[in-house]
Design a protein around this ligand. Structure first.
Ligand code: GAP
Length: 451
């Protein structure tokens, strides 16, 4: 048993663990790195996929009125004129005349000293800086047309509104969910994977009758904050922040952020936006294609309102890493006083669910462990630890957040049982190999942090 003394998690500790264990690497590191971009390593890609999987299940499988979509990143340039992004998707940029540092005017102290060189009265006037990346489509740059990398996945949903209505059985109120990459030429990318130029979003547009806006806005606010308990996130680390009039995006009539207590403090994790009929109306106007919905029962034709839930997937990875991280000072036994670093991932999110290890390599125990690991692959993401060094194996598995370690020992040969060791409590018990799959499944289903 461990006496827990929780050391506070810092961004530096997360960056270091993420690199050491293969969660996240700096992009193009051998060339000095590319700012604003990060690569997900062998464990990071599993963690990210698992977070995406829980969100996708929550949205599509758990709701009978939400369907999925995977729209292209490259869209007709008119989409971004209609959506208002060409005109309005800007941040106020200020530049220091002395050191040439660039900052977001709304993120720095208004008193006028440059955050980089510290000089006073060197900051220029704020100017509007559009966050969309542009590129060209077609073989010759000069004649080819300018095209944008999407800054939000949502527009792919809006422009497919009529396709989805016509091709599936959905009726208002219904939602369309999508996960994908988005790109923003942020003035300052920062805080590891928190604010990057290339990132992933998990968005859902919920189409409703305008009169039902208050009801559905409340529903999605509550539903989205409740969802985070399914990821095992401590509710004390989550809160709402309502946008003031000056904070609202150009498309929103009301908005709440769900904020999380990141190592840098409280910051936005997800936005819940009431977008009225802004997007459908603008697309109708710019394309000339009617976007109205016909209610088959009442024969009413109208433009639906939209409640949007927009979560960052890559930002969620940072949240999960932050929330899971713990340095524990061991209180008993031979390791008393030692510190173990443990990632308390919810088992549904853990990149590896079950590690299998022989207590020693000899006496046929390694072969037995190999056989067991192979037999569990169909049901769980597994890993074999073949070295026979149990202490080291436990430490490594704790650090990558593996919730269950199975140890094969001499008794296994006699009675076909193994020891299961729980990551959080470090408690151990014996379980028959024949029962393992249902035993672990049950444990995952009823998981409570600390068990
Ligand atoms: N469609 C609405 C929309 O895009 P947003 O508040 O601008 O709304 C939604 O973004 C979420 O996307 C944010 O809460 C955040 O999690 C994520 N996000 C936005 N910009 C990001 C960036 N530069 N890097 C990482 N994640 C970002």
């Amino acid at each position: 048993m461990a006496a827990t003394e929780k050391a506070s998690v810092t961004l530096d500790k997360l960056v270091s663990l993420a690199k050491r264990r293969g969660f996240v690497f700096q992009s193009s590191e051998i060339y000095g790195g590319q700012s604003g971009a990060w690569d997900y390593g062998p464990l990071g890609v599993e963690l990210k996929k698992n977070i995406q999987g829980v969100w996708w299940k929550e949205m599509t499988q758990m709701h009978d009125n939400i369907v999925g979509l995977d729209a292209a990143i490259l869209m007709h340039p008119k989409v971004w004129h209609a959506s208002g992004h060409v005109e309005n998707f800007t941040d106020p940029l200020v530049e220091c005349k002395s050191c040439r540092g660039r900052f977001r005017a709304d993120h720095i102290d208004a008193k006028g000293a440059c955050p980089t060189c510290g000089k006073k009265d060197t900051l220029g006037e704020p100017r509007k800086f559009n966050l969309m990346f542009t590129t060209h489509i077609g073989p010759v740059e000069e004649t080819a047309s300018t095209i944008y990398l999407r800054p939000e996945t949502a527009q792919g949903i809006f422009v497919n509104f009529k396709n989805v209505v016509a091709s599936s059985r959905v009726k208002v109120p219904f939602g369309i969910a999508q996960v994908g990459k988005a790109f923003r030429n942020e003035i300052v990318t920062k805080a590891f994977i928190f604010r990057t130029a290339e990132f992933e979003q998990m968005e859902m547009q919920f189409f409703i009758h305008p009169k039902q806006e208050p009801k559905w806005f409340e529903y999605w606010k509550q539903s989205r904050i409740d969802y985070y308990s399914k990821l095992g996130i401590d509710p004390a680390h989550l809160r709402f922040h309502q946008h003031g009039k000056d904070e609202l995006a150009h498309y929103a009539i009301n908005a709440f952020d769900i904020e999380f207590l990141f190592p840098m403090g409280w910051q936005e994790l997800e936005g819940i936006h009431s977008r009225s009929d802004y997007d459908l109306r603008r697309h109708q106007e710019f394309s000339g294609d009617k976007q109205e919905y016909l209610d088959q029962e009442t024969q009413e034709r109208y433009l639906p309102y939209v409640i949007e839930t927009s979560a960052g997937l890559t930002r969620s990875v940072l949240m999960v890493l932050t929330d899971a991280y713990e340095e524990e000072t061991l209180g008993e036994g031979a390791e008393k006083g030692d510190i173990r670093t443990v990632m308390h991932f919810h088992p549904n999110l853990a990149p590896v669910k079950v590690a299998v290890m022989p207590v020693v390599k000899k006496d046929g125990l390694l072969e037995l462990a190999q056989k067991l690991e192979l037999s569990l692959r169909e049901d769980f993401a597994t890993m074999l630890e073949p070295t026979g060094n149990i202490g080291k194996n436990y430490r490594r598995q704790d650090e990558i957040g593996t919730p269950y370690c199975l140890t094969v020992d001499h008794q296994t040969k006699d009675d076909n049982t193994v020891t299961i060791r729980y990551r959080d409590s470090m408690k151990q018990e014996r379980v028959a190999i024949s029962e393992l799959v249902s035993f672990i499944r049950n444990n995952i289903k009823n998981y409570v942090r600390g068990q």
